[in-house]
Ligand binder design. Structure first.
Ligand code: ADP
Ligand code: ZN
Ligand code: ZN
Length: 733
């Protein structure tokens, strides 16, 4: 009889599992009992890799004598729960990313490296029988040994950490071991998960919130998808909290996904304060050990709530009862490199497979989610009013055509900023461009500071005296004279946050001007520190990028100035208007949070822009409906389905040749456009080209992608070309 075959997912771009023979010295009985989802080490080409067992099979398509034995079985129990395993299989198929790479992505790094799936173990000591029999006053003339003996008598084991806190040296422990009184052991140290001792009480819901919660509570133990569309400050978070509380009362756990965790310390705090059960936050500051510990605490059911960004979707739970996706429209829920999955879309699949409810919340839902609600695939719940006493802000378009500007800001806005400060209130000036100026040029000959590695200009950062390419991170010192004509008249064009900060600082020198962008918020707690005076309620002006648009609650913020309100409406990307409208509404939503009536001033050179007009006159809902109708006419997502096949390399001609071949291979009814150069055709020294694959049928699109994936992954001698497939792309570049 032929031996059993192991089908193993190995981290490589080639789709599907690889066949191996069982490791030597395993009986057929042992092998037949292996569970899929365990880790197995295998040799793969010249390397030794850790793969995941997909299945134990009777036969292989390859002759047995061509198969190699696997090297070792690492786990007794699978590191993948059945639900995560099937989610990964779905994602590999749907996103056309190899199952080996998807499974890798889903594991904490320490498990990827082969470490055991246990909490950290550390050295510890316990008494030997001999030691236990010793008299109480033994060793009283060797003081530290005596102290340690006493400690060992009181506790079953004393860990390395306990030694340190008791100020006892390692040599003391060693001395006891040498005397045969103590022995060294390994103990697992389980992290202590804190929980609020006196949880904050829930707020009394207003009638819209109560209606939404009631709808969530019907059938809360089976799959249902909800879209909670609530204007900024309408109390969506309060609805999540009360729904989660209900789920926890049933002994289940909750997963909350947010776009960028560092930006919303307040949200984390609200969750932690509300429950007397542990809330784990998976933020970027955790080390790999802490990540694995969190993974374990979710798996064994000790963590009641896990809050994290997109990759937290793959956290296994003992008994998951609900998934919440906050700010579901946010583009950062979609991974933009490697395994390009959408945490929102994959979460819906997970909820459906697990038969649990999922809530997508946003003030500005994506057109995809609005369309799903319109098609009856999810239930829409709306909150039209702000919670408590606060009101939605008022909008005002400021025509800046032919107006004198002070670092990009009109007199009218300067005046309003002055008024706001003198009333003791706060203002926010929004510009989605950091640095001092987006370009530097020579007034004499027209030389422009461009990046050598990208088709892009370099941004001037004045305080660092550097030119910085925001696309590839190249930095150059600021030239004193023009590199072409040697003239010293170098001038800047356009404004960035740094310039606005300086100008406002001069104009309002008696007040604080706080710049908030990725240059000023580096380091741990960088953002929280900068925001301290803001939360303390001092009159001030914040100048910042989209970092300020998300989730913050500034109770004294009365005025928002948008420096350039129309830029994004003219973008070449078909999602431009949707993303711009979302950003504007989110920034605007920071104003007038509590008793302050907010004002939002939108500066524009195109005051008659019909899209801006529509958004302001009719609101986001109506605006989004119009966009949906437009997408339907053009057969664009969420109506037609789309994917991009991208290639990058050093020779543009090779990219085109490769993509032309892919186009031929994938020719099965999907509409394929290209090869086209990417919108930025050269980045970080590499050229980029792409194919756009479209179809009105998912199946057809996927078939074309499957053919492309197989062909590309198996193609030998592809040179230095890197390729990727991006299903449901969020960015066209
Ligand atoms: P969103 O998540 O929709 O932006 P939040 O849940 O953060 O809104 O609520 C905005 C503010 O309103 C918060 O300060 C919150 O404490 C308050 N709030 C929410 N619901 C209520 C309520 N029912 N009564 C009073 N205040 C509320
Ligand atoms: Zn010059
Ligand atoms: Zn560059």
């Amino acid at each position: 009889m032929a031996a059993l075959i192991l089908s193993i997912a190995v981290p490589t771009p080639i789709p599907g599992g690889f066949d191996y023979l069982p490791p030597e010295n395993y009986s057929e009985h042992d092998i037949a009992a292996l569970t899929p989802g365990i880790r197995v080490s295998v040799s793969f080409g010249p390397r030794i890799l850790i793969g995941i067992l997909l299945a134990v099979k009777q036969t292989s398509d390859y002759p047995q004598d061509k198969l190699k034995p696997a090297l070792a079985i690492i786990d007794q129990k699978p590191v993948f729960s059945p639900d995560i395993f099937s989610l990964c299989k779905w994602a590999a198929d749907y996103y056309h990313h190899s199952i080996g790479n998807v499974l890798q992505h889903a594991l904490p790094a320490l498990l990827r490296d082969g470490l055991p799936a246990t909490y950290k173990s550390q050295r510890a000591w316990q008494l030997t029988t001999h030691g236990k029999g010793l008299a109480e006053n033994a060793l009283s003339n060797a003081r530290s040994q005596h102290t340690l003996l006493k400690l060992l008598r009181e506790h079953k084991a004393v860990s390395r950490q306990d030694l340190t806190s008791a100020k006892i040296n390692l040599t003391t422990a060693k001395a006891l071991v040498d005397k045969g009184l103590a022995e060294e052991i390994e103990v697992i140290s389980e992290p202590i998960l804190g929980a609020s001792q006196e949880p904050a009480s829930p707020l009394t819901l207003n009638s819209e919130q109560a209606t939404a919660l009631k709808a969530l509570l019907v059938n809360s133990d089976s799959y249902q998808s909800f879209l909670l569309e609530g204007v900024t400050g309408s109390g969506k978070t309060e609805v999540y909290l009360q729904f989660i509380s209900h789920i926890l009362n049933q002994g289940k756990q909750a997963l909350v996904l947010v776009p960028e965790i560092g930006l919303t310390p307040q949200t984390q705090q609200r969750f932690a304060e509300r429950f007397n059960q542990p809330v784990l936050v998976l933020h970027s500051g955790l080390n790999e050990r802490q990540r694995l510990d969190a993974w374990l605490s979710a798996t064994n059911g000790k963590a009641a709530i896990v809050i994290g960004t997109r990759s937290a979707l793959f956290t296994p739970f003992k008994n998951l009862g609900v998934i919440i996706i906050d700010e579901e429209h946010d583009i950062s829920l979609k991974q933009q490199d490697g395994f390009r999955f959408s945490a929102r879309d994959a979460a819906i699949i997970r909820a459906r497979n697990n038969n649990i409810p999922i809530v997508l919340g946003s003030a500005t839902p994506s057109l995809e989610s609005l369309h799903n609600a319109a098609m009856g695939r999810s239930t829409k719940l709306v909150l039209t009013q702000r919670a408590g006493d606060s009101q939605l802000p008022q909008f005002k378009i400021v025509d800046i055509k032919n107006q004198p500007l002070q670092a990009g800001i009109s007199q009218q806005c300067m005046h309003q900023l002055q008024q706001t400060l003198s009333k003791g209130e706060q203002a926010l000036v929004f510009l989605n461009r950091r640095g001092f100026a987006p370009s530097l040029l020579c007034h004499k000959c027209g030389w422009l500071a461009e990046c050598n590695r990208c088709d892009a200009r370099m941004t001037l950062h004045l305080s660092q005296r550097k030119l910085h390419c925001h696309h590839c991170d190249t930095m150059r010192p600021l030239p004193r004279t023009c590199p072409t004509c040697n003239d010293s008249q170098l001038i800047t064009k356009g404004e960035g946050t740094e310039q606005i900060e300086q100008s406002l600082h001069r104009a309002f020198s008696q007040h604080r001007v706080i710049r908030i962008d990725s240059d000023t918020t580096t380091g741990k707690d960088g953002l929280s520190k900068l925001l301290e005076p803001v939360h303390a309620g001092q009159p001030c002006i914040m100048v910042g990028t989209q970092m300020l648009a998300k989730g913050h609650h500034f109770s004294k913020l009365a005025l928002v100035v948008v420096v350039n309100a129309d830029g994004g409406f003219f973008s070449a990307d078909f999602r431009g208007p949707e993303k711009t409208a979302q950003l504007l509404m989110q920034v605007a939503g920071r104003a007038g949070r509590e008793d302050k009536k907010g004002l939002v001033m939108l500066q524009t050179h195109y005051p008659d822009n019909p899209q801006l007009g529509n958004l302001l006159a009719n609101g986001y809902q109506h605006f989004a409906q119009d966009l949906v109708a437009e997408r339907q006419l053009l057969n664009l997502p969420p109506f037609g389905y789309m994917a991009m096949i991208r290639a990058e390399g050093t020779q543009p001609k090779q990219l085109d040749e490769l993509l032309l071949e892919v186009k031929k291979v994938a020719n099965c009814g999907a509409h394929i456009t290209g090869p086209l150069p990417a919108p930025m055709s050269r980045r970080a020294g590499r050229f980029r080209a792409q194919l756009i694959v479209q179809s009105s049928e998912r199946k057809v699109l996927h078939y074309a992608l499957k053919l492309s994936e197989e062909w590309l992954a198996n193609k030998k001698r592809i040179g230095h070309i890197r390729w990727s497939i991006d299903v449901d792309p969020q960015e066209m570049g």
